[in-house]
Write a protein that binds this ligand. Sequence first.
Ligand code: BG6
Length: 474
Amino acid sequence: MAKFPKGFLWGGALAANQTEGAYLEGGKGLTTVDLMPTGENRWKIATGHIDSFAPKKNEFYPSHEAIDFYHRYKEDIALFAEMGFKALRVSISWARIFPNGDDEMPNEAGLQFYDDLFDEMRKYDIEPVVTIAHFDVPVHLVEAYGSWRNRQLVDFFERYAKTILTRYQDKVKYWMTFNEINMLLHLPFVGAGLVFKEGENEIQIKYQAAHHQLVASALAVKACHEIIPDAKIGCMLAAGETYPYTSNPDDVAKAMEKDRESFFIDVQARGEYPGYAKRFFRDNHLTIEMEAGDEELLKNHTVDYIGFSYYSSRTASTDPEVLKNQTSGNVFGSVANPYLQTSEWGWAIDPKGFRITANQLWDRYQKPLFVVENGLGAIDEPNADGTIEDDYRIDYLRKHIDQMGEAIEDGVDIIGYTSWGPIDIISASTGEMKKRYGYIYVDRDNEGNGTLKRTKKKSFDWYKNVIASNGEIL
Ligand code: BG6
């Protein structure tokens, strides 16, 4: 029996802010990521500390041009079609549709761009999978309202969501609300456009903003079910099981606590805050302001599937000595797991953890899973003739897809797999170009030099075969 079900959605995943470029074209407004340069200031800004809401002359902002997908999407989609993609995950840039976020009327040029993009995918029978918010908020909403800390964002988001759900109701049948909703706890500017003033209670603001996003997510689910009854709409978690470093019950409890960061998904999938989240709020003296009707809304409008990204597992410990040995580069901060190798950016490589994570999510939520991100960020060195032999990437993906098959054998309902960055794009965490995930190489470096020419890597044909054999040939 084939492991992967018929109609399994093989493909790739992208995000507007990491691919499109054309940051002010077609009437688009500035988004948060347009204020994130490469280099040391990026991290400061990502964590909510910014001193200007306009790009600066002496900084390089990779999102401004990115890989110019805005102008080159036809060429790129033709390459994805050549690989046999069944699905392509993209996000809509909020500021292309509502340049300021609080505009009364949407921007027609922005709407038309995505119409054209979805038509191009449909031309090749590629199913669009659309994230409504992937790490970008119109800058005006940050400046004028304080972004997601302000309840008004819920209304602006609802208007935006209803606009795109209505416009693309015949073209898009798979939707997702917020990308990696738990990211706002780690990179609050990236996940929610949050900027903190000196001395503010950051944790209180983050959880209040999270509540607003959860309400907005439920409203988008409601609208999607009303406007496109045959569509599916999911949530999206940055997943990765946390292992205890030892069998010491303190470590086990710590790992459990760390994993419970995914309480967001309990709210989105089960419709209510779990008891441990309420306890966490109590113990930390956090007060989440809710409006009348919020609880009912969350309860009545849960998601159809659980979208998640998986790059690595994490490890937790309570031992101060062990805690000194952190893996670098992973925004989720984890102690190094002595059994695992890491990527060049310090992310633990753990294919079996993928099977474990998928099983845990399935056991916990009993809703179909959609793997909407997985992949290896690595440096590719083209040979003298321009070819790229990315066997390390093939190795990573092969082992992960194999373990996804094991999870399916375990009985986990997985509807699709869109690997991250099927074409090289800007890294979300570092802004680098050299952290490449693609089957397709893009000639561009960290400083923005290069022709942007696309070249197939060795993994291109490999993935093509995986899809053609429905995961039988790895
Ligand atoms: C996820 C994001 O966090 O991981 C993507 O949803 C991101 O936007 C991806 O690009 C990989 O992370 P990075 O930092 O290597 O780009």
